[in-house]
Design a protein around this ligand. Structure first.
Ligand code: ADP
Length: 559
């Protein structure tokens, strides 16, 4: 087999075009850009007013089967499909999330696609990029500082220091900061209390930035964020503290979409990156809306599998932005399906038809969900070098026998040229006008009914159980007037159930909701199943150990 260079080697050899030339492809001039060097730009805030009355192009949603710990190549396929659509003569752009620095230094390395389907400049995108995450970190921590100052200065709002739900954030994996005490050192140094850090992508401000339509909407949403409770139990919001203006000001540039390019010079919006469990896991609405106005095809991605990413794309992001995907792409890999069929992790690179056959239930379940959503869809088989012809044929025939569209995709190895079959199928389905988006619940329904709809219709659960704490919270939230918000499920991505060990297509299981958290600014209620870490730790050998930069500024170890 021929050897493919590492992602960073491919990225460093790429011939990037100046970002002004990339912008021209979507009808934008230098005046429409705020340049961040030669290869990165933000769209200037006047662009929207000029384009907002245009018709939207077509929207392609890329999602996947339940992933393995390595990821199934959704970003890679998203980038590759954008390139492939251009190759077959469609003017297409991609819209992706920005990677978080924490996991990059930890286990992930980088997250900007892979092989010959990447976004560039990959080093910048994986490191500080245009500073959006730093801006979110500052805005978030500014609110924290005001809370502690408020308590220090007589606490007029009667904030209960034991019930402050607004932690601090940092864009790093650092488990030692999960639980801390602040305000030590005596009277002059604040009021001692327990606090903690989350990773920046878990900040509600990140979710808000990604769902807000514009600065005004951003400010209103930030004002509604619940940061604490009073001694009498009533919620305290950012607007009670009077800092929604300052926080919005700190995000004034961050809300503008970032424009970069792929290895084949396809325009790419890389903007926003909320967690896909305690938040909705999609790139920003502002980037998607700009992309739709500026291109014939927008290819965008939602985190994790159909049960999490696509479900939230439809019930949360699409509702906020009135989006209607024309077609969905479900990325599947032979190795993940084998894992769903019981093959051990160490043996995924070896042929194992029996496990593959056993694992198909996972794909089957996600296909049923897509049907329920009313979305035309195609399965993209993301080919790995270790897949055998026999396994690939099996997967293809399995789909064909059931009348499911399927395309083999080799965009990792071949770039856009490896995705033309997928691109043609995407165009055929999108132009057929077959999709009729049908959400599976109505936000007006009671909270328990919404959670049950997701558990039963998307996960295939028999029902939902609640801890006494969750029961109490639902009643409180409904009494606070938060009952008609959509639900953001925080569930393991590895299983359709809430138990990460139940792979494939689990049957006869129930979902347990442990706790609920209000994200009133973002506009959803988070329902937590299992333990969700919002501040990851580093592994024994962090990816950071392999990272370096030489005297010429050449970067190493970002995979
Ligand atoms: P996801 O978006 O699903 O998390 P990514 O697109 O980030 O997945 O890919 C995860 C990793 O797998 C990346 O390092 C990427 O280079 C690699 N990868 C993706 N597709 C392939 C493939 N077909 N063959 C080999 N490696 C791949």
């Amino acid at each position: 087999a021929k050897t493919i260079p590492s992602d960073i080697e491919i990225a460093q050899q790429a011939e990037k075009k100046p970002i002004t030339e990339i912008a021209e492809k979507i009808g934008l001039s230098e005046d429409d850009l705020e340049l961040y060097g030669k290869y990165k730009a933000k769209l200037s805030s006047d662009v929207w007013n000029r384009i907002k009355t245009r018709q939207d192009g077509r929207l392609v949603l890329v999602t996947a089967i339940s992933p393995t710990p390595a990821g199934e190549g959704k970003s890679t396929v998203t980038v590759g499909l954008g390139q492939a659509l251009n190759k077959i003569g469609k003017q297409a752009v991609v819209a992706l999330r920005e990677p978080s620095l924490g996991p990059s230094m930890g286990i992930k390395g980088g997250a900007a696609g892979g092989g010959y389907s990447q976004v560039l400049p990959m080093e910048d995108i994986n490191l500080h990029f245009t500073g959006d995450f730093h801006a979110i970190t500052s805005a978030h921590n500014a609110i924290s500082a005001v809370i502690d100052n408020h308590i220090h200065r007589e606490n007029e709002l009667n904030i209960d220091p034991r019930r402050i739900v607004w932690k601090r954030v940092l864009d790093l994996n650092d488990r030692a900061l999960r639980h801390i005490v602040v305000g030590l050192g005596g009277k002059a140094h604040g009021m001692p209390r327990e606090d903690g850090f989350d990773i920046t992508v878990a900040s509600e401000l990140m979710a808000i930035l990604c769902l807000a339509r514009d600065l005004e909407d951003l400010k209103e949403r930030i004002g509604r964020v619940v940061v604490a409770y009073r001694f009498n139990g009533s919620p305290v919001t950012v607007s009670d503290l009077g800092v929604e203006g300052a926080a919005t000001l700190l995000l004034k540039n961050a809300i503008q979409p970032n424009l970069v390019q792929t290895l084949e010079n396809t325009p790419a919006f890389v903007h926003g990156g909320p967690f896909a469990n305690i938040a909705h896991g999609c790139n920003s609405l502002t980037a998607t809306r700009h992309a739709l106005k500026l291109s014939e095809y927008t290819v965008t991605e939602a985190g994790f599998g159909v049960d999490l990413g696509a479900e939230k794309f439809i019930h949360i992001k699409s509702r906020s932005g009135n989006l209607k995907p024309d077609v969905a792409v479900i990325v599947a890999t032979v190795r993940a399906l084998k894992m769903h069929g019981g093959a051990p992790k160490e043996e995924l690179t070896r042929p194992h038809l029996q496990a593959l056959r056993q694992g198909m239930g996972n794909l089957e379940r996600h296909l049923e969900t897509m049907k329920n959503f009313g979305l035309a869809h195609v399965v993209a088989i993301n080919r790995f070098p270790t897949d055998t012809e026999e396994e690939l044929n099996f997967l293809r025939h399995w789909c064909q026998e059931r009348g499911v569209s399927v395309a083999l995709t080799e965009v990792w190895e071949k770039g856009g040229a490896g995705g033309e079959a997928l691109a043609r199928e995407v165009v055929r389905l999108a132009e057929s006008g077959r999709s009729r988006l049908r959400p599976l619940y109505d936000p007006e329904q009671p909270v328990r009914a919404k959670i049950a709809a997701i558990a039963q219709k998307v996960y295939g659960a028999d029902g939902v159980d609640y801890t006494p704490e969750a029961e109490k919270q639902i009643d409180e939230f409904e009494a606070n007037g938060w009952g008609d918000l959509p639900i953001c499920m925080a569930k393991t991505q590895y299983s359709l159930s809430d138990n990460p060990r139940l792979l494939g297509r689990p049957e006869k299981f129930r979902i347990q909701v442990r706790e609920l958290r209000p994200s009133i600014g973002a506009g959803f209620l988070v329902a937590l199943t299992g333990n969700m870490l919002t501040m990851p730790g580093l592994p024994k050998k962090p990816a950071a150990l392999g990272m370096d930069v030489d005297a010429e500024g050449r970067v190493y170890g970002l995979f």
